[in-house]
Design a protein around this ligand. Structure first.
Ligand code: GCW
Length: 706
């Protein structure tokens, strides 16, 4: 009887759940490989996909074959067989030189247009061939084919050639190895649990490292800096990665990454010789210091021959640098770059410096003042890594004027995937639209069409090395990113790094289809939420480019709660007006760091874009925007609208009940409920602050807002 009851219960559950087969944690991210229920389509796929022919053998090729085997098994119900014959229909994977010419001869012109990581996917009628110059290209091609299948695209006529446009496509972890001092967190600015890198267990490999590498590789990321740029601040121990204790651990991680085309990089402390070996100083011009670095690098490469290189935060927020010895940032960078050079290693030197009393009192001006004069002084294997904006990953900032200002210096663009200032894991804030604006920004460094994307793909100045680095949002939460929808940021970052010209629409569609399937309703709701979420967050937190309205260290999460009264240095609000005057005429002169016509556009109040107005100008509250509204009314309205948008998201999401598995549905639902609370808090705090400051009432008053 009991058994019968159980069966009945299961039956009822199944009926209630309708077409939802199971719960999902989000662990698989976009690599879900859901069973394809369209019989015709799966029959089409099966024509080629029950057999894999592997031309050649290598670890990377095995990664491709394994991904195909598990992905196809889940999508089509049967694990493909590895065959040694090419006579039957199959998927063929291998580099161009290994593909039997009797099967297919890649036209020379095509082979020539492939770069080192590019690939070709070609359906010959009998075979789907995935080929490339190098095995890593085959792996990227494999992920591409699997992506198409997850999106239920036809493969019968597939004939494509893809090259990544950007050479260095990197994740930067701010994970802290070793003991974590009490006031620090395991991941600086991490909102998805603790680090996935288990240093106490390494060199033992856990499965999560492999899944991590699969996830990165599936979107084309080819390098990871696995520890925080803060390496010694307040007792942090990241600097210890250069000690012998850690080398076997690094080696183990590198061996996992290597199979997925990912290079291992680490952040190092500029004072390492002093910290580790007790040398008298760390002066870049001291031959003993130079020798120390050379030996250290030899030690690393003897164990990890494809080690990527170092990332350094120097003379910044307590991390030491060359200034102590009266040396320049370039002299500091070159010390390490020269040591890495014989092995092909790279040195990435961050431009995030501010606070030096000799520089302009306006923080936004400072990185340019320090780095611009050093153009041409950096070694050829050194890159200067520049945050997208001149301050610090605010929800809205102008593009850093350093882009385009150093034609003779390799540059990397640094963006933040982890949502330090954009809602952490509590707010949905899809950053692809923001990143796209940054990449599409025309610097005019060499006239029209000098977009940031062309600087970091190396084409504008013919850089030897260049690329994009994203501060990781990965942690050991089951879903990797804390907020499930933040997975879209990781996905979008990788896709944009691969090709900055991809459209927002394409990236978003790809992510939704792979992560939630092809139900039209789900698609339209997610599209609508994701594509407006950045604007929504901006609406209730930060009007008109007026950044850093947030708390420093109040309550649990810093940079999260509203604290406008503590940030007057940044927004300069007083009784008469608001905004930071950065003009040449009357302000800090920051606008002078741009090329024409951007310089004049920003300098002139009448042409300055509304969304950057308060970043660049100080105006009275009654100043009229291009929309016709006064600044103060815009502040009130946008903050009210922001909250309304969150309420709309809740209703939209609720309409998906029953269409998405319960676990993911409830997760997002709860996040949106939390978000509403925080959005209200922001709105009330900012609006009442500006009411107090300006003494001007909200004339429109959206009183319908509860
Ligand atoms: O603004 C700061 C962040 C710090 C970070 C720093 C940086 C790693 O709040 O947490 O430190 O930027 O980019 O170096």
């Amino acid at each position: 009887m009991k058994k019968l009851k159980t069966i009945y219960f299961i039956f009822i559950l199944t009926v209630i759940q309708g077409n939802i087969s199971h719960s999902e944690t989000g662990y698989k991210v976009w690599l879900r490989y859901q069973a394809i229920d369209d019989k015709e389509l799966s029959a089409d796929y099966l024509k080629y996909c029950s057999i894999i022919y592997q031309a050649g053998s290598s670890d990377i090729l095995s990664s491709s074959a394994n991904e195909l085997k598990s992905g196809l098994k889940e999508m089509l119900g049967a694990e493909p067989v590895i065959s040694t014959s090419t006579n039957i229909n199959s998927i063929i994977i291998g580099t161009i030189d290994k593909i039997p010419s009797s099967i297919y001869k890649i036209p020379d012109s095509q082979a020539r247009s492939l770069n080192q990581e590019g690939y070709i996917i070609k359906n010959t009628g009998k075979h789907i061939i995935i080929t490339a110059k190098n095995e890593v290209g085959v792996l990227y091609g494999t992920f591409h084919l699997l992506r198409l299948m997850q999106m239920k695209e036809p493969v019968a006529d597939i004939d494509l050639l893809e090259n990544p446009k950007v050479k260095l496509r990197l994740l930067n972890h701010w994970d802290n190895p070793g003991k974590i001092p009490e006031e620090r967190t395991n991941i600086e600015r991490g909102y998805a649990g603790i680090s996935i890198f288990k240093w106490e267990e390494l060199p033992e490999i856990n499965k999560r490292y492999i899944d991590y590498a699969r996830i990165l590789s599936s979107v084309g990321i080819n390098g990871a800096v696995i520890n925080n740029v803060n390496t010694a601040k307040k007792g942090l121990e990241g600097w210890k990665l250069l000690t012998p204790e850690y080398l076997p651990k690094l080696k183990a991680l590198a061996s996992v990454f290597r199979n997925y085309g990912i290079k291992l990089y680490i952040s190092v402390n500029f004072f390492s010789p002093v910290l580790i070996s007790g040398t008298d100083d760390a002066d870049p011009l001291n031959p003993k210091v130079q020798e120390w670095w050379r030996n250290k690098v030899v030690e690393i490469y003897s164990e990890i021959p494809d080690f990527g290189g170092f990332l350094v935060k120097a003379d910044s927020e307590g991390e030491p640098g060359p200034i102590k010895y009266g040396r320049t940032q370039a002299e500091g960078a070159n010390l390490l770059a020269n040591a890495l050079k014989p092995f092909g290693g790279l040195l990435m030197w961050r431009a995030f410096v501010y606070g030096d009393k000799e520089l302009s009192p306006d923080r936004a001006c400072q990185a340019y003042q320090v780095f611009k004069p050093l153009d041409g002084a950096f070694a050829e294997n050194a890159l200067v890594q520049i945050k997208n904006g001149p301050i610090d990953f605010q929800v809205r900032e102008p593009v850093s004027p350093l882009f385009g200002a150093m034609p003779k210096t390799n540059q990397l663009l640094e963006m933040q995937i982890t949502q330090e200032y954009t809602g952490q894991d509590k707010h949905v804030c899809y950053l692809v639209p923001e990143w796209k604006e940054i990449l599409d920004f025309d610097t005019y460094a060499k006239g029209n069409n000098s977009m940031v994307s062309r600087i970091i793909d190396g084409s504008l100045f013919g850089y030897k090395y260049s690329g994009i680095a994203g501060v990781s949002n990965i942690g050991d939460d089951q879903n990797w990113t804390g907020h499930l929808l933040a997975q879209a940021n990781l996905y979008g970052f990788g896709r944009l790094a691969w090709n900055p010209d991809l459209s927002i629409g394409q990236i978003t569609d790809e992510w939704i289809l792979q992560t939630f399937g092809n139900n039209e309703k789900i698609h339209s709701v997610l599209n609508s939420i994701l594509l407006t979420s950045w604007e929504t967050y901006e609406n209730y937190t930060s009007p008109l480019g007026c950044g850093l309205m947030c708390s420093r260290n109040d309550r649990d999460e810093s940079h999260f709660y509203p604290a406008p009264s503590k940030r007057v240095d940044y927004h300069k609000a007083d009784k008469n007006g608001v905004g930071y005057d950065r003009t040449i005429a009357t302000g800090s002169g920051y606008t002078n760091q741009y090329f024409e016509p951007v310089k004049s556009e920003y300098e002139d109040l009448s042409t300055c874009p509304d969304e950057l107005l308060l970043f660049l100008h100080h105006v009275p509250y009654t100043y009229k925007l291009k929309s016709g509204k006064t600044v103060i009314q815009h502040i009130y309205d946008s903050h009210n609208e922001g909250v309304e948008q969150v309420l709309k998201y809740q209703a939209q999401w609720q309409s998906l009940k029953g269409l998405i598995d319960d676990e993911r549905f409830e997760h997002v639902k709860n996040k949106l409920i939390q978000q509403e609370g925080y959005a209200r808090e922001w709105r009330d705090s900012i609006n009442s602050y500006f009411l107090d400051m300006s003494g001007i009432e909200d004339t429109y008053k959206l009183t319908n807002i509860k």
